[in-house]
Design a protein around this ligand. Structure first.
Ligand SMILES: Nc1nc2c(c(CN[C@H]3C=C[C@H](O)[C@@H]3O)cn2[C@@H]2O[C@H](COP(=O)(O)O)[C@@H](O)[C@H]2O)c(=O)[nH]1
Length: 177
């Protein structure tokens, strides 16, 4: 519905002959509405997404733009080839739909899905009963985006893990994010 109403939210590319759906703005629209109207208690019905099974927010992926891949690289979850690091350090524009741009965005979706799967696995292992709906890629994205901003503003420094030098975010002229 969102991408039918707002064609500028239909963020898709044909890559290697396959259609890749990224839909950043459509997903962040839904997620921000979900978060802004989140009821005082999770037991209460969400006022905007009251469906019989709740908001189903765990069906969204993270919102693939430029900030989350940057922090995923800094904390060692994404590894970049030296050629990409050089492009980013030089501030070279990455063409929309190019191999580098699609790879950065797609890799951040896959990485966050794997982080989510690992959190769920640890919850099961610890027997803490967290359900799939509580552990969403949306919340992991929100966390990482805020963390990236804090690291950039030098309000926070990552400790306890080996980090990589922060590389600049990628620069792409597009309407999609
Ligand atoms: N992937 C991802 N992208 C996000 C956000 C947010 C803010 N979310 C709030 C909700 C919960 C959190 O706690 C945040 O406070 C904005 N953006 C994107 O950044 C861009 C603006 O950037 P800059 O010019 O540097 O401020 C713009 O494309 C915008 O769509 C996010 O969460 N995830």
């Amino acid at each position: 519905m969102v991408t039918d109403t707002f064609p500028s939210f239909r963020d898709e590319v044909i890559y290697n002959g396959k259609r890749v759906y990224l839909w950043k703005r459509a997903q962040i629209l839904v997620a921000e509405i979900w978060a802004a109207f989140f009821p005082a208690s999770p037991a209460l019905t969400h006022p905007i997404f009251p469906g019989p099974n709740g908001p189903q927010i765990q069906q969204l992926t993270m919102f693939a733009d430029y900030r989350v891949p940057q922090i995923l690289h800094h904390i060692g979850i994404l590894t970049y080839p030296p050629s990409l690091v050089s492009l980013l350090q030089a501030g070279s524009p990455l063409a929309p739909g190019s191999r580098e741009e699609v790879s950065l965005r797609a890799a951040s979706i896959i990485a966050v899905e794997r982080v989510r799967a690992e959190i769920l696995r640890l919850c099961v292992e610890d027997g803490d009963g967290a359900s799939g709906s509580e552990v969403s890629s949306v919340l992991i994205d929100f966390y990482l985006w805020d963390l990236a901003k804090k690291v950039e503003g030098k309000e926070e420094k990552i400790e306890g893990i080996e980090t990589k030098e922060t590389v600049p975010v990628h620069r792409t002229r597009s309407i999609w994010y």
